[in-house]
Design a protein around this ligand. Sequence first.
Ligand code: CAA
Length: 384
Amino acid sequence: MKTGIDQISFYTSQYFLDLKTLAAARGVEPDKFYVGIGQEKMGIPPPDEDVVTMAASAAFPLKEQGAFEGVEALLFATESGIDQSKAAGMFVHGLLGLPERCRVVELKQACYSATAALRMAMGLVAMKPKSKVLVIASDVARYALGSPGESTQGCGAAAFTVSADPRLLAIDPEAGFYADDVMDFWRPNYLSEALVDGKYSTLVYIKALLESWKQYAAESGRSLNDFSRFCYHIPFTRMAEKAHQKLAKGTSDEELKKVIGESLLYSRSAGNCYSASLYIGLASLLDNAAEDLGGKRIGLYSYGSGCVGEFFSGVVQPGYRDALFAGQHRALLAGRAELTFQQYEDIYNYGLPTDGGDHTFAQYRTGPFRFAGIQGHKRIYGSR
Ligand code: CAA
């Protein structure tokens, strides 16, 4: 029985900062960001948008198509947790009207957790092939103002259903995975922005890739030539390009563009979406590949700082284009509002009130759902 991703939808905030604007404000050459980092824009969430509203907005198109029929679990991957106890997925369960007979849990291991969720989902579906699992990864990438990480911020969510006989991607059983207890990137509970040892993090990302690939190749007997395309975790698009050049040494610029270029299009505009980034890359590839990828195998590399890496693969299913949300994704990115530098800093500094009082948030542009405020220490969500 084939098991894998049946449909995938993504969402990012309705606001972005152009990295040329950031470059001007920070006295940096724009090409450092556009070329050196490979990012053009970063999604910035307004005060009434968070991982819950982005997650629900990402999954809403699936609901509209009746994709929740048979869903028995919602696995919510994030490293931007909103509560120490209650899973963010519970709020999403409510907003989306998911069935009461549904397991809901939150998973964390930096940007890797959505891949752990995918593997767990496949196990649940294998035990009960008529059931489905909804996986949602949602994150806000936030670093200190003026820090080297600032240009690699972003936000977004990816929602996908995992089922038997999937329409998009049948996941292969083979995988290579690697864990090492390192401090390359982390966020203590008392901080709202991540701390990172930037250069070191890029080295660990590559080391985990090479170790994961080595295992995957030994287990599957496949070589790099067996893949039509590759999708990487995308903290910034240049990182994915560098990773592929390390894995497939001697890759020409033309070949690099062919095998990963289409997967980078959405991230170049949304910025880092942590746990969702790899899956936004997958949506970008499937939506934008000019070639029909039906029957072709793609390689995927998931990386979560701290760290866990996993290389795995899947075969794109014939007719997959009929199950995509490509038009909606392109319209979302094209319809966003650009922030001035002052607006960006104001939103950044607004933060989330932590005084324990009641707050009502001003209405900004969001998807179908919004984070309306806080009352009695409870987050209040609603429809737009
Ligand atoms: N034109 C073209 N390129 C330029 C340029 C110009 N005018 N000016 C600089 N560059 C190039 C540099 O040569 C460099 O290229 P190389 O890496 O090929 O040498 C590139 O732009 C970046 O410049 P710096 O190395 O000077 O950049 P920096 O030190 O200021 O910051 C960073 C880079 C360390 C990645 C920083 O953005 C950061 O800390 N980001 C957050 C951490 C991160 O994303 N790590 C990725 C791996 S960890 C992970 O994947 C998990 C996760 O999601 C966080």
